[in-house]
Design a protein around this ligand. Structure first.
Ligand SMILES: C[S@@+](CC[C@H](N)C(=O)[O-])C[C@H]1O[C@@H](n2cnc3c(N)ncnc32)[C@H](O)[C@@H]1O
Length: 222
Protein backbone atom coordinates (compact mmCIF):
# COMPACT_ATOMS: atom_id res chain seq x y z
CA UNK A 1 0.00 0.00 0.00
CA UNK A 2 1.41 3.37 -0.95
CA UNK A 3 0.14 6.81 0.01
CA UNK A 4 0.86 10.30 -1.12
CA UNK A 5 1.95 12.39 1.82
CA UNK A 6 2.53 16.08 2.23
CA UNK A 7 5.44 17.72 3.99
CA UNK A 8 5.36 21.46 4.19
CA UNK A 9 7.79 24.18 5.27
CA UNK A 10 11.57 23.98 5.43
CA UNK A 11 11.67 20.19 5.67
CA UNK A 12 9.79 19.88 2.38
CA UNK A 13 12.06 22.41 0.64
CA UNK A 14 15.26 20.73 1.84
CA UNK A 15 14.05 17.22 0.94
CA UNK A 16 12.98 18.41 -2.51
CA UNK A 17 16.38 20.07 -3.09
CA UNK A 18 18.18 16.88 -2.13
CA UNK A 19 15.76 14.86 -4.25
CA UNK A 20 14.79 12.98 -1.12
CA UNK A 21 11.18 14.06 -1.00
CA UNK A 22 9.03 11.03 -0.18
CA UNK A 23 6.30 11.51 -2.76
CA UNK A 24 5.05 8.01 -2.01
CA UNK A 25 5.60 6.10 1.22
CA UNK A 26 4.72 2.45 1.61
CA UNK A 27 4.32 0.52 4.83
CA UNK A 28 7.02 -1.74 3.35
CA UNK A 29 10.48 -0.12 3.54
CA UNK A 30 11.68 -1.97 0.41
CA UNK A 31 8.89 -0.35 -1.59
CA UNK A 32 9.52 3.05 -0.03
CA UNK A 33 13.13 2.69 -1.22
CA UNK A 34 11.83 2.03 -4.75
CA UNK A 35 9.78 5.25 -4.65
CA UNK A 36 12.79 7.19 -3.40
CA UNK A 37 14.97 5.89 -6.24
CA UNK A 38 12.29 6.58 -8.79
CA UNK A 39 11.73 10.14 -7.64
CA UNK A 40 15.49 10.79 -7.83
CA UNK A 41 15.99 9.13 -11.22
CA UNK A 42 13.06 10.86 -12.87
CA UNK A 43 15.19 14.01 -13.04
CA UNK A 44 16.68 12.44 -16.17
CA UNK A 45 13.28 12.77 -17.87
CA UNK A 46 13.60 16.56 -17.93
CA UNK A 47 13.81 17.90 -21.47
CA UNK A 48 12.67 14.64 -23.04
CA UNK A 49 9.62 14.64 -25.28
CA UNK A 50 7.52 11.58 -24.49
CA UNK A 51 7.36 9.62 -21.27
CA UNK A 52 5.80 6.17 -21.19
CA UNK A 53 4.48 4.67 -17.98
CA UNK A 54 4.06 0.97 -18.79
CA UNK A 55 1.65 -0.75 -16.42
CA UNK A 56 0.74 2.69 -15.11
CA UNK A 57 -2.31 1.67 -13.04
CA UNK A 58 -4.12 4.82 -11.87
CA UNK A 59 -1.01 6.91 -12.72
CA UNK A 60 0.45 7.26 -9.25
CA UNK A 61 3.81 8.11 -10.81
CA UNK A 62 2.46 10.72 -13.24
CA UNK A 63 3.66 13.76 -11.15
CA UNK A 64 7.27 12.57 -11.43
CA UNK A 65 7.44 12.71 -15.22
CA UNK A 66 9.09 15.89 -16.51
CA UNK A 67 8.58 14.96 -20.15
CA UNK A 68 6.46 17.10 -22.48
CA UNK A 69 3.95 14.29 -22.96
CA UNK A 70 2.89 11.34 -20.86
CA UNK A 71 1.51 8.06 -22.17
CA UNK A 72 0.06 5.50 -19.76
CA UNK A 73 -0.26 1.88 -20.87
CA UNK A 74 -2.24 -0.69 -18.92
CA UNK A 75 -4.45 -3.73 -19.45
CA UNK A 76 -6.92 -2.52 -16.82
CA UNK A 77 -9.44 -0.08 -18.33
CA UNK A 78 -10.83 0.98 -14.94
CA UNK A 79 -7.41 1.96 -13.60
CA UNK A 80 -6.53 3.74 -16.82
CA UNK A 81 -9.76 5.73 -16.70
CA UNK A 82 -9.15 6.66 -13.06
CA UNK A 83 -5.69 7.97 -14.02
CA UNK A 84 -7.03 9.90 -16.98
CA UNK A 85 -9.71 11.52 -14.83
CA UNK A 86 -7.01 12.79 -12.48
CA UNK A 87 -4.67 13.80 -15.30
CA UNK A 88 -6.78 14.65 -18.38
CA UNK A 89 -3.75 15.84 -20.38
CA UNK A 90 -2.40 12.28 -20.55
CA UNK A 91 -2.69 9.79 -23.40
CA UNK A 92 -3.89 6.31 -22.46
CA UNK A 93 -3.31 3.04 -24.26
CA UNK A 94 -5.34 0.01 -23.26
CA UNK A 95 -2.93 -2.76 -24.09
CA UNK A 96 -0.55 -5.34 -22.70
CA UNK A 97 3.05 -4.09 -22.66
CA UNK A 98 4.00 -7.10 -24.80
CA UNK A 99 1.70 -5.87 -27.58
CA UNK A 100 2.56 -2.18 -27.43
CA UNK A 101 5.76 -2.09 -29.50
CA UNK A 102 4.17 0.46 -31.86
CA UNK A 103 4.33 3.05 -29.03
CA UNK A 104 7.63 4.94 -28.74
CA UNK A 105 8.99 7.31 -26.14
CA UNK A 106 12.15 8.85 -24.74
CA UNK A 107 11.70 7.90 -21.10
CA UNK A 108 10.13 4.52 -20.40
CA UNK A 109 9.17 3.51 -16.85
CA UNK A 110 7.83 0.15 -15.79
CA UNK A 111 7.69 -0.32 -12.02
CA UNK A 112 5.85 -2.80 -9.85
CA UNK A 113 4.74 -4.80 -12.87
CA UNK A 114 7.31 -7.39 -13.99
CA UNK A 115 7.22 -10.43 -11.70
CA UNK A 116 5.54 -8.36 -8.99
CA UNK A 117 1.94 -8.86 -10.14
CA UNK A 118 0.00 -12.05 -10.84
CA UNK A 119 -0.89 -12.89 -14.43
CA UNK A 120 2.48 -12.94 -16.18
CA UNK A 121 4.29 -16.13 -17.04
CA UNK A 122 8.03 -16.07 -17.69
CA UNK A 123 7.64 -16.06 -21.48
CA UNK A 124 5.37 -13.02 -21.32
CA UNK A 125 7.70 -11.27 -18.90
CA UNK A 126 10.56 -11.71 -21.35
CA UNK A 127 8.36 -10.42 -24.19
CA UNK A 128 7.38 -7.45 -22.02
CA UNK A 129 11.04 -6.64 -21.31
CA UNK A 130 11.90 -6.80 -25.03
CA UNK A 131 8.91 -4.60 -25.75
CA UNK A 132 9.98 -1.98 -23.16
CA UNK A 133 13.42 -1.75 -24.76
CA UNK A 134 11.87 -1.50 -28.23
CA UNK A 135 9.55 1.30 -27.07
CA UNK A 136 12.54 3.37 -26.01
CA UNK A 137 13.88 5.76 -28.67
CA UNK A 138 17.63 6.08 -29.32
CA UNK A 139 19.15 8.33 -26.67
CA UNK A 140 16.31 7.48 -24.31
CA UNK A 141 16.11 5.97 -20.82
CA UNK A 142 14.46 2.93 -19.32
CA UNK A 143 13.64 2.41 -15.64
CA UNK A 144 12.35 -1.02 -14.70
CA UNK A 145 12.16 -3.08 -11.55
CA UNK A 146 11.82 -6.84 -11.23
CA UNK A 147 10.22 -8.80 -8.42
CA UNK A 148 10.36 -12.43 -7.41
CA UNK A 149 6.70 -13.26 -7.28
CA UNK A 150 6.48 -16.16 -9.76
CA UNK A 151 9.44 -16.63 -12.06
CA UNK A 152 13.04 -16.91 -10.94
CA UNK A 153 14.46 -13.44 -10.32
CA UNK A 154 17.93 -14.72 -11.15
CA UNK A 155 16.84 -15.93 -14.61
CA UNK A 156 14.89 -12.76 -15.35
CA UNK A 157 17.83 -10.65 -14.25
CA UNK A 158 20.23 -12.42 -16.58
CA UNK A 159 17.70 -12.01 -19.43
CA UNK A 160 17.51 -8.26 -18.75
CA UNK A 161 21.30 -7.98 -18.37
CA UNK A 162 21.86 -9.58 -21.78
CA UNK A 163 19.71 -6.93 -23.42
CA UNK A 164 20.32 -3.72 -21.51
CA UNK A 165 24.11 -3.86 -21.27
CA UNK A 166 24.20 -4.08 -25.08
CA UNK A 167 21.54 -1.48 -25.80
CA UNK A 168 22.29 1.32 -23.31
CA UNK A 169 25.46 3.30 -22.71
CA UNK A 170 24.99 3.45 -18.93
CA UNK A 171 23.27 0.88 -16.75
CA UNK A 172 22.84 1.14 -12.99
CA UNK A 173 21.59 -2.05 -11.41
CA UNK A 174 20.49 -2.04 -7.78
CA UNK A 175 19.49 -5.10 -5.83
CA UNK A 176 17.17 -4.81 -2.86
CA UNK A 177 14.31 -6.56 -1.07
CA UNK A 178 15.21 -6.57 2.62
CA UNK A 179 12.65 -5.13 5.03
CA UNK A 180 9.69 -6.01 2.82
CA UNK A 181 7.25 -6.67 5.65
CA UNK A 182 4.84 -3.99 6.79
CA UNK A 183 5.75 -1.66 9.61
CA UNK A 184 4.64 1.76 10.86
CA UNK A 185 4.92 4.40 8.15
CA UNK A 186 7.56 6.48 9.92
CA UNK A 187 9.79 3.42 10.49
CA UNK A 188 9.36 2.40 6.85
CA UNK A 189 10.36 5.82 5.70
CA UNK A 190 13.46 6.01 7.92
CA UNK A 191 14.62 2.54 6.94
CA UNK A 192 14.22 3.41 3.26
CA UNK A 193 16.52 6.43 3.74
CA UNK A 194 18.99 4.27 5.63
CA UNK A 195 19.04 1.72 2.79
CA UNK A 196 19.54 4.52 0.31
CA UNK A 197 22.84 5.47 1.92
CA UNK A 198 23.99 2.04 3.18
CA UNK A 199 23.73 -0.31 0.17
CA UNK A 200 24.44 -3.64 1.99
CA UNK A 201 21.28 -3.10 4.06
CA UNK A 202 19.17 -3.26 0.89
CA UNK A 203 19.61 -7.03 0.70
CA UNK A 204 20.39 -7.63 4.40
CA UNK A 205 24.02 -8.26 3.40
CA UNK A 206 23.07 -10.56 0.50
CA UNK A 207 20.45 -12.58 2.42
CA UNK A 208 17.29 -10.99 1.02
CA UNK A 209 17.59 -10.22 -2.65
CA UNK A 210 13.97 -10.12 -3.81
CA UNK A 211 13.98 -7.24 -6.28
CA UNK A 212 16.23 -5.60 -8.82
CA UNK A 213 15.97 -2.03 -10.08
CA UNK A 214 17.55 -0.87 -13.34
CA UNK A 215 18.24 2.65 -14.51
CA UNK A 216 19.35 2.40 -18.15
CA UNK A 217 20.44 5.62 -19.86
CA UNK A 218 21.22 6.68 -23.37
CA UNK A 219 19.97 3.93 -25.64
CA UNK A 220 22.37 3.15 -28.44
CA UNK A 221 20.52 0.20 -29.98
CA UNK A 222 22.36 -2.99 -30.85
C1 LIG B 1 0.93 -2.94 -8.90
S1 LIG B 1 0.30 -2.02 -10.24
C2 LIG B 1 1.58 -0.83 -10.48
C3 LIG B 1 1.05 0.46 -11.05
C4 LIG B 1 2.11 1.55 -11.25
N1 LIG B 1 3.19 1.12 -12.11
C5 LIG B 1 2.67 2.05 -9.95
O1 LIG B 1 3.90 2.06 -9.79
O2 LIG B 1 1.90 2.50 -9.09
C6 LIG B 1 0.55 -3.11 -11.64
C7 LIG B 1 -0.17 -2.63 -12.87
O3 LIG B 1 0.31 -3.38 -13.99
C8 LIG B 1 -0.76 -3.65 -14.85
N2 LIG B 1 -0.37 -4.79 -15.71
C9 LIG B 1 -0.17 -6.08 -15.34
N3 LIG B 1 0.22 -6.82 -16.39
C10 LIG B 1 0.30 -5.96 -17.44
C11 LIG B 1 0.67 -6.11 -18.82
N4 LIG B 1 1.02 -7.29 -19.30
N5 LIG B 1 0.64 -5.02 -19.62
C12 LIG B 1 0.26 -3.81 -19.13
N6 LIG B 1 -0.10 -3.60 -17.84
C13 LIG B 1 -0.07 -4.67 -17.02
C14 LIG B 1 -1.93 -3.93 -13.92
O4 LIG B 1 -3.17 -3.78 -14.57
C15 LIG B 1 -1.68 -2.87 -12.83
O5 LIG B 1 -2.36 -1.68 -13.11
Amino acid sequence: MARHISISGMAGVVLRRLRLFPYRVSLRPAKSLLWLWLSRDMRHSKGKATGIDAGCGPMGNRPLFRTDHYVGIDTDAVRLRAGHTRYPETTTVLSAIEDATHIHGDFVVCVQVINTTAGFDTANECLAIRSLVEMCNLGGCLVVNLGSRGSSLKELESFVDDIVYKQFMQVEKRRYGAFSTQMPRMASWLLAYLMLVVPPLRTAFGQKHRNTYYLCRNKIGG
